[in-house]
Design a protein around this ligand. Structure first.
Ligand SMILES: [Zn+2]
Ligand SMILES: [Zn+2]
Length: 346
């Protein structure tokens, strides 16, 4: 379905009434929405009115949202959500750094989608409601020490590269769709173990746990609220933090720190440790890479010298040679992986 009703509101639009603080949160819910287009219109108009920005997807199967809401309007936002039967009990997951003076998103985008997470599955081919039970942070920690259990990262490789749970299985995939395709085969050797899945905020594991159960895995559970909520539980309950590194997030921040250690390396020099992601400044390339301070400064925010040169060429030339540039000038380390992550999931 092509969605024409997609609007974008530039952040600049609100600049005249800029508020001091923003609260960043995400939420999702699988719930039957009778008229996603009408829901979209209503949400857009209300969120726009309170100066919220973010990325919200609605579908007949539910809602998936990542947002920054002006702190002073948070109560209004919450009251609005609670007034909707479908969303009244939706749990919010607040960012590690909950309040910031800049929003984590530039625009407000509310889109009608076929699904709230692109999983490539035919939902009529299995029982999507047979999701696994939830695990708390404490229970996940116990799984990590249990030799009869396996913990699986359901995110993409560019996410787990900068941060993941100790000893977790980290599938080498670029998309969630790919992850679901390879997971049953990859985890076959663990079929008789207790399986624990985790992702950023929990939404991917809802579908993934049902999918694995459908594929014959008997004991599949998943981390409630994902890594985001794990961090909150660890702090609240004084648990040991078993997450190493950074939690990749799909907004302007590109990551939030969970553990103090840096576990990944710069993609440009492969020598310096770094877990800071950048998008290549050449919009035609836009590849997502990890860069160390030295390399990013030397290459002025581009992934390569080729991109730096390409970017100063006349606009018309760039347009006609865009495809050519991507194919031939992209540095070897990015050739395999034409990663331009679509910022779609929580
Ligand atoms: Zn480097
Ligand atoms: Zn580039």
């Amino acid at each position: 379905m092509k969605n024409k009703a997609r609007n974008k509101v530039d952040f600049g639009h609100f600049r005249c009434k800029m508020v001091a603080m923003y609260q960043t949160l995400s939420f999702y819910k699988y719930v039957r929405l009778a008229d996603p287009v009408a829901t979209r219109e209503e949400l857009f108009s209300f969120f726009q009115g309170i100066g919220a920005v973010g990325r919200i997807y609605v579908a007949s199967e539910g809602i998936n949202a990542q947002m920054s809401v002006p702190k002073e309007n948070f109560t209004r936002f919450d009251e609005f959500m609670k007034s909707k039967v479908e969303f009244a009990d939706v749990p919010y997951k607040f960012a590690v750094e909950e309040f910031t003076d800049r929003p984590a998103f530039k625009k407000l985008i509310v889109k009608v989608k076929k699904k709230i997470v692109a999983d490539g599955l035919d939902d009529s081919s299995f029982d999507v409601t047979k999701t696994g039970e939830y695990l708390t942070a404490k229970e996940l920690n116990e799984y990590l020490d249990d030799e009869n259990a396996v913990v699986v990262d359901m995110r993409n490789s560019y996410e787990s590269e900068v941060g993941h749970f100790e000893n977790a299985v980290l599938p080498d995939v670029d998309t969630f769709r790919e992850e679901l395709q390879v997971a049953p085969e990859l985890l076959k050797i663990h079929k008789n173990k207790k399986v624990a899945l985790y992702c950023t905020g929990g939404i991917r594991c809802e579908k993934a746990s049902a999918w694995l159960r459908h594929n014959g895995f008997k004991d599949v559970k998943h981390l409630k609220g994902g890594i985001i909520d794990y961090k909150h539980q660890v702090e609240k309950e004084g648990l040991e933090n078993r997450f190493r590194g950074k939690n990749f997030v799909f907004d302007e921040r590109l990551g939030e720190r969970i553990g103090n250690d840096i576990i990944s390396y710069c993609h440009l020099c492969s020598k310096e440790k770094s877990d800071t992601h950048y998008h290549c400044k050449n919009q035609v390339c836009h590849v997502l890479f990890i860069g160390c301070d030295g390399c990013v400064e030397k290459k002025a925010g581009y992934c390569s010298v080729a991109c730096k040169i390409f970017d100063i060429l006349p606009e018309g030339y760039k347009k006609t040679h865009a495809r050519f540039q991507n194919r031939f000038f992209r540095p070897a380390q990015f050739k395999k992986n034409l990663l331009k992550p679509k910022i779609v999931i929580s």
